[in-house]
Design a protein around this ligand. Structure first.
Ligand code: SF4
Length: 243
Protein backbone atom coordinates (compact mmCIF):
# COMPACT_ATOMS: atom_id res chain seq x y z
CA UNK A 1 0.00 0.00 0.00
CA UNK A 2 1.00 3.62 -0.48
CA UNK A 3 1.37 4.69 3.16
CA UNK A 4 2.11 8.30 2.15
CA UNK A 5 -1.20 8.88 0.30
CA UNK A 6 -2.81 11.94 1.91
CA UNK A 7 -6.46 12.18 2.87
CA UNK A 8 -8.72 14.72 4.58
CA UNK A 9 -11.08 13.52 7.30
CA UNK A 10 -14.29 15.17 8.42
CA UNK A 11 -14.89 12.87 11.42
CA UNK A 12 -14.88 9.29 12.70
CA UNK A 13 -17.48 7.06 14.34
CA UNK A 14 -16.36 3.89 16.07
CA UNK A 15 -19.49 1.79 16.65
CA UNK A 16 -21.96 2.24 13.81
CA UNK A 17 -24.48 -0.53 13.16
CA UNK A 18 -25.91 1.26 10.12
CA UNK A 19 -23.15 1.34 7.53
CA UNK A 20 -22.52 -2.21 6.39
CA UNK A 21 -22.49 -5.66 8.00
CA UNK A 22 -21.70 -5.93 11.73
CA UNK A 23 -20.34 -3.06 13.79
CA UNK A 24 -18.39 -0.61 11.69
CA UNK A 25 -15.65 1.92 12.21
CA UNK A 26 -16.80 4.70 9.88
CA UNK A 27 -14.47 7.30 8.43
CA UNK A 28 -16.25 10.35 7.05
CA UNK A 29 -14.02 11.84 4.40
CA UNK A 30 -14.08 15.53 3.64
CA UNK A 31 -15.21 16.87 0.26
CA UNK A 32 -18.10 16.18 -2.08
CA UNK A 33 -18.78 17.43 -5.62
CA UNK A 34 -22.55 16.87 -5.32
CA UNK A 35 -25.07 19.38 -4.00
CA UNK A 36 -27.96 17.28 -2.69
CA UNK A 37 -30.86 19.40 -1.47
CA UNK A 38 -31.33 17.09 1.55
CA UNK A 39 -27.66 16.83 2.53
CA UNK A 40 -27.39 16.46 6.30
CA UNK A 41 -23.62 17.00 6.28
CA UNK A 42 -23.17 20.17 4.18
CA UNK A 43 -20.09 20.92 6.29
CA UNK A 44 -18.43 17.86 4.73
CA UNK A 45 -18.62 19.20 1.17
CA UNK A 46 -15.60 21.51 1.12
CA UNK A 47 -12.39 19.96 -0.21
CA UNK A 48 -8.95 20.13 1.41
CA UNK A 49 -10.23 21.02 4.86
CA UNK A 50 -10.75 18.82 7.91
CA UNK A 51 -7.95 16.73 9.41
CA UNK A 52 -5.05 15.82 7.15
CA UNK A 53 -3.83 12.25 7.59
CA UNK A 54 -1.78 9.73 5.61
CA UNK A 55 -3.12 6.30 4.74
CA UNK A 56 -0.35 4.73 6.83
CA UNK A 57 -1.26 6.78 9.92
CA UNK A 58 -4.94 5.96 9.48
CA UNK A 59 -4.26 2.26 9.05
CA UNK A 60 -2.11 2.18 12.19
CA UNK A 61 -4.88 3.89 14.16
CA UNK A 62 -7.53 1.49 12.85
CA UNK A 63 -5.42 -1.56 13.63
CA UNK A 64 -5.52 -0.63 17.32
CA UNK A 65 -9.14 -1.86 17.10
CA UNK A 66 -8.22 -5.01 15.20
CA UNK A 67 -10.31 -7.48 17.22
CA UNK A 68 -13.38 -5.22 17.00
CA UNK A 69 -12.84 -4.70 13.25
CA UNK A 70 -12.56 -8.43 12.58
CA UNK A 71 -16.18 -8.79 13.84
CA UNK A 72 -17.41 -6.00 11.55
CA UNK A 73 -15.24 -3.77 9.46
CA UNK A 74 -14.40 -0.32 8.17
CA UNK A 75 -16.72 1.86 6.09
CA UNK A 76 -15.49 4.87 4.12
CA UNK A 77 -18.21 7.51 3.96
CA UNK A 78 -18.39 11.26 3.59
CA UNK A 79 -18.81 13.68 1.95
CA UNK A 80 -18.00 11.60 -1.10
CA UNK A 81 -15.14 9.25 -0.17
CA UNK A 82 -14.33 8.41 -3.78
CA UNK A 83 -13.45 12.05 -4.38
CA UNK A 84 -10.28 11.01 -2.48
CA UNK A 85 -9.86 7.83 -4.48
CA UNK A 86 -6.07 7.57 -4.14
CA UNK A 87 -6.25 7.77 -0.33
CA UNK A 88 -9.18 5.33 -0.27
CA UNK A 89 -7.36 2.83 -2.48
CA UNK A 90 -4.24 2.96 -0.31
CA UNK A 91 -6.16 2.48 2.92
CA UNK A 92 -8.38 -0.25 1.46
CA UNK A 93 -5.31 -2.11 0.24
CA UNK A 94 -3.80 -1.99 3.72
CA UNK A 95 -7.03 -3.17 5.36
CA UNK A 96 -7.36 -5.98 2.80
CA UNK A 97 -3.86 -7.20 3.68
CA UNK A 98 -5.01 -7.34 7.32
CA UNK A 99 -8.14 -9.35 6.41
CA UNK A 100 -10.54 -6.61 7.51
CA UNK A 101 -13.90 -6.22 5.72
CA UNK A 102 -14.34 -2.86 3.99
CA UNK A 103 -17.22 -0.91 2.49
CA UNK A 104 -17.53 2.36 0.56
CA UNK A 105 -20.63 4.48 1.07
CA UNK A 106 -20.86 6.44 -2.20
CA UNK A 107 -23.14 8.37 -4.53
CA UNK A 108 -21.18 6.91 -7.44
CA UNK A 109 -21.17 10.47 -8.75
CA UNK A 110 -17.63 10.39 -10.13
CA UNK A 111 -16.37 8.71 -13.33
CA UNK A 112 -15.35 5.11 -12.83
CA UNK A 113 -11.97 5.75 -14.49
CA UNK A 114 -11.13 7.88 -11.42
CA UNK A 115 -12.57 5.54 -8.79
CA UNK A 116 -12.17 2.00 -10.12
CA UNK A 117 -9.08 1.03 -8.14
CA UNK A 118 -10.76 1.91 -4.84
CA UNK A 119 -14.05 0.27 -5.87
CA UNK A 120 -12.20 -2.92 -6.79
CA UNK A 121 -10.36 -3.01 -3.44
CA UNK A 122 -13.51 -2.72 -1.30
CA UNK A 123 -15.58 -5.75 -0.25
CA UNK A 124 -18.93 -3.95 -0.45
CA UNK A 125 -20.30 -0.85 -2.18
CA UNK A 126 -23.17 1.02 -0.53
CA UNK A 127 -24.50 2.86 -3.58
CA UNK A 128 -27.00 5.72 -3.54
CA UNK A 129 -28.18 6.25 -7.12
CA UNK A 130 -30.29 9.23 -5.89
CA UNK A 131 -32.93 8.85 -8.64
CA UNK A 132 -33.37 6.61 -11.68
CA UNK A 133 -34.47 9.63 -13.76
CA UNK A 134 -31.33 11.52 -14.86
CA UNK A 135 -33.04 14.92 -14.91
CA UNK A 136 -34.56 14.50 -11.43
CA UNK A 137 -31.17 13.33 -10.23
CA UNK A 138 -29.52 16.44 -11.71
CA UNK A 139 -32.13 18.78 -10.21
CA UNK A 140 -31.74 17.10 -6.79
CA UNK A 141 -27.96 16.72 -6.64
CA UNK A 142 -26.34 18.79 -9.39
CA UNK A 143 -25.24 15.72 -11.38
CA UNK A 144 -27.10 13.02 -13.29
CA UNK A 145 -26.87 9.31 -12.48
CA UNK A 146 -24.66 8.13 -15.37
CA UNK A 147 -21.57 7.49 -13.22
CA UNK A 148 -23.60 5.77 -10.50
CA UNK A 149 -25.06 3.41 -13.11
CA UNK A 150 -21.60 2.93 -14.63
CA UNK A 151 -20.29 1.99 -11.17
CA UNK A 152 -23.18 -0.44 -10.66
CA UNK A 153 -22.48 -2.10 -14.04
CA UNK A 154 -18.81 -2.47 -13.11
CA UNK A 155 -19.76 -4.11 -9.82
CA UNK A 156 -21.95 -6.54 -11.73
CA UNK A 157 -19.10 -7.39 -14.11
CA UNK A 158 -16.63 -7.94 -11.29
CA UNK A 159 -19.00 -9.71 -8.87
CA UNK A 160 -18.74 -6.96 -6.25
CA UNK A 161 -21.43 -6.96 -3.56
CA UNK A 162 -23.69 -3.89 -3.63
CA UNK A 163 -26.30 -2.59 -1.20
CA UNK A 164 -28.51 0.07 -2.75
CA UNK A 165 -29.33 3.04 -0.51
CA UNK A 166 -32.24 5.24 -1.41
CA UNK A 167 -33.35 8.35 0.44
CA UNK A 168 -37.15 8.79 0.40
CA UNK A 169 -37.73 12.53 0.00
CA UNK A 170 -41.42 13.51 -0.32
CA UNK A 171 -42.04 15.47 -3.51
CA UNK A 172 -38.80 14.19 -4.99
CA UNK A 173 -37.56 10.61 -4.64
CA UNK A 174 -40.59 9.30 -2.77
CA UNK A 175 -42.29 8.67 -6.10
CA UNK A 176 -43.76 5.16 -6.43
CA UNK A 177 -43.63 5.10 -10.25
CA UNK A 178 -39.93 6.00 -10.37
CA UNK A 179 -39.10 3.71 -7.45
CA UNK A 180 -40.77 0.97 -9.48
CA UNK A 181 -38.57 1.88 -12.46
CA UNK A 182 -35.51 1.73 -10.21
CA UNK A 183 -36.54 -1.66 -8.83
CA UNK A 184 -37.16 -2.99 -12.36
CA UNK A 185 -33.76 -1.70 -13.45
CA UNK A 186 -32.01 -3.31 -10.47
CA UNK A 187 -33.62 -6.71 -11.08
CA UNK A 188 -31.00 -7.43 -13.75
CA UNK A 189 -28.14 -6.96 -11.28
CA UNK A 190 -27.22 -10.07 -9.34
CA UNK A 191 -24.63 -8.04 -7.41
CA UNK A 192 -27.40 -6.18 -5.54
CA UNK A 193 -27.80 -8.02 -2.25
CA UNK A 194 -30.06 -5.61 -0.44
CA UNK A 195 -31.99 -2.34 -0.70
CA UNK A 196 -32.00 0.13 2.19
CA UNK A 197 -34.67 2.83 2.16
CA UNK A 198 -33.74 5.87 4.22
CA UNK A 199 -36.62 8.18 5.17
CA UNK A 200 -35.79 11.87 4.69
CA UNK A 201 -35.10 13.75 7.93
CA UNK A 202 -34.08 17.29 8.80
CA UNK A 203 -31.45 16.58 11.46
CA UNK A 204 -28.85 18.50 9.48
CA UNK A 205 -30.95 21.59 8.80
CA UNK A 206 -29.21 23.61 11.51
CA UNK A 207 -25.86 23.08 9.77
CA UNK A 208 -27.17 24.81 6.65
CA UNK A 209 -28.11 27.82 8.79
CA UNK A 210 -24.70 27.80 10.51
CA UNK A 211 -23.00 27.84 7.10
CA UNK A 212 -25.27 30.65 5.89
CA UNK A 213 -26.71 28.35 3.21
CA UNK A 214 -30.28 28.36 1.98
CA UNK A 215 -32.05 25.13 2.98
CA UNK A 216 -34.86 24.59 0.49
CA UNK A 217 -36.62 21.73 2.30
CA UNK A 218 -37.75 23.44 5.53
CA UNK A 219 -41.42 22.97 4.61
CA UNK A 220 -41.02 19.28 3.69
CA UNK A 221 -42.07 16.80 6.38
CA UNK A 222 -40.49 13.34 6.75
CA UNK A 223 -42.54 10.53 5.20
CA UNK A 224 -44.99 8.58 7.34
CA UNK A 225 -44.27 4.96 8.31
CA UNK A 226 -47.12 3.90 5.97
CA UNK A 227 -45.49 5.69 3.03
CA UNK A 228 -42.13 4.11 3.79
CA UNK A 229 -43.69 0.66 4.09
CA UNK A 230 -45.45 1.11 0.72
CA UNK A 231 -42.07 1.93 -0.83
CA UNK A 232 -40.53 -1.16 0.78
CA UNK A 233 -43.28 -3.22 -0.85
CA UNK A 234 -42.30 -1.90 -4.29
CA UNK A 235 -38.91 -3.55 -3.88
CA UNK A 236 -40.14 -6.62 -2.02
CA UNK A 237 -42.54 -7.40 -4.87
CA UNK A 238 -39.50 -7.58 -7.18
CA UNK A 239 -37.80 -10.05 -4.86
CA UNK A 240 -35.38 -7.72 -3.05
CA UNK A 241 -34.36 -7.98 0.56
CA UNK A 242 -35.38 -4.56 1.93
CA UNK A 243 -34.59 -2.61 5.08
S1 SF4 B 1 -23.55 13.02 -1.83
FE1 SF4 B 1 -23.84 13.03 0.41
S2 SF4 B 1 -22.32 14.50 1.21
FE2 SF4 B 1 -22.53 14.86 -1.01
S3 SF4 B 1 -24.03 16.52 -1.15
FE3 SF4 B 1 -25.12 14.55 -1.38
S4 SF4 B 1 -25.83 14.02 0.69
FE4 SF4 B 1 -24.23 15.63 0.90
Amino acid sequence: MDREAVGYLHSKESFSALDGPGLRFVLFLQGCPLRCLYCHNPDSREFFSGTEVTAGEMLDELLRYRSFLRAGGVTLSGGEPLAQATFCAALLEGLREEGIHTAIDTSGGLPLRLTQKAVDLADLILLDIKDIDPQVCRDLTGVDNRHALETLAHCEETGKSVWIRQVLLPGWTLAPARLGRLADYLKDFGCVEKVELLPFHKHGEFKWAELGMDYQLSAVEPPSEEEVEACRDIFRRRGFSVQ
